[in-house]
Design a protein around this ligand. Structure first.
Ligand code: FPP
Length: 244
């Protein structure tokens, strides 16, 4: 395997055809990582938050303009309260402390999902960050209280409220939580499961999918390289007979 750290950025963002503009991650395997070490699951999520930082940092180095992470699904509320509290604490730390120090000045942060489930304090921190970072170059979408079906329902209900009686694909796409983001070119799932689990349901129709056994807290730059190498090797036809 040829590792991309040694390749020029342009081979990733301009060399594949079309370029990798948007990469999305299903960060799975935190619980198993903790279990394997005899630690509480919350420690797995803490290590997962570190991996989140590493991976986003590396994606910026690779000049990938849109990164989306699946941090918490609409179904994850069913988990034990202590685990939910642990993840929410990590979320609040992220909201208060940022992610990458100085590099945060490059990150436009947006949240995918219904914010209404969070406390008014958390909701105002979320909108403050979105507003404060809105002109930055690289977009980080944090999917939190997110579900792909909920995303579509929310878009359709918004369109109904706007008075539409018939909708187009463009109408739906432009009312999803991802707004003007291009659809993900590549979705990477760690943790060895081969499914999308209600992630970016509308947006993923032509995404390349890469499933890896690595547990999310163990995710390294080399693993990101491996996923991108897979992407670069794909021929993307979008239903046509020729590559795009
Ligand atoms: C799935 O692994 C992971 C989650 C449900 C939480 C992901 C959260 C983080 C990576 C850190 C927090 C970051 C923010 C911004 C809140 P799992 O628990 O299902 O793992 P398992 O399949 O091994 O049990």
């Amino acid at each position: 395997m040829k590792f991309l750290s040694f390749l020029k950025k342009k081979e990733i963002s301009g060399g594949s055809n079309p370029p990798l503009r948007h990469i999305a991650f299903i960060m799975d395997g935190n619980g198993r990582w903790a279990n394997a070490r005899g630690l509480p699951r919350e420690m797995g999520h803490k290590a997962g938050a570190e991996a989140f930082r590493r991976v986003v940092d590396y994606c910026i180095d690779l000049d990938i303009r849109f990164v989306t992470v699946y941090a918490f699904s609409t179904e994850n509320w069913k988990r034990p309260q202590s685990e939910v509290d642990g993840i929410m604490k990590l979320f609040v730390d992220f909201l208060n402390e940022g992610l990458l120090g100085d590099k945060d000045k490059k990150l436009r942060i947006r949240f995918l999902g219904d914010p209404a489930r969070f406390s008014p304090e958390i909701q105002s921190l979320m909108s403050e960050i979105t507003e404060k970072t809105k002109d930055f170059t690289y977009t980080l979408n944090v999917a939190i209280n997110y579900g792909g079906r909920d995303d579509i329902l929310h878009a359709v209900n918004t369109l109904i409220k706007e008075g539409k009686t018939e909708v187009t694909e463009e109408d739906i796409s432009s009312h999803l939580y991802t707004l003007s983001c291009p659809d993900p070119d590549l979705i990477v799932r760690t943790g060895g499961e081969w499914r999308l689990s209600n992630f970016l349901t509308w947006q993923s129709t032509y995404s390349e999918l890469y499933f890896m056994k690595t547990l999310w807290p163990d995710m390294t730059k080399k693993d990101v390289d491996e996923a991108i190498s897979f992407f670069v090797s794909r021929q993307r036809r979008f239903g046509d007979i020729k590559s795009k």
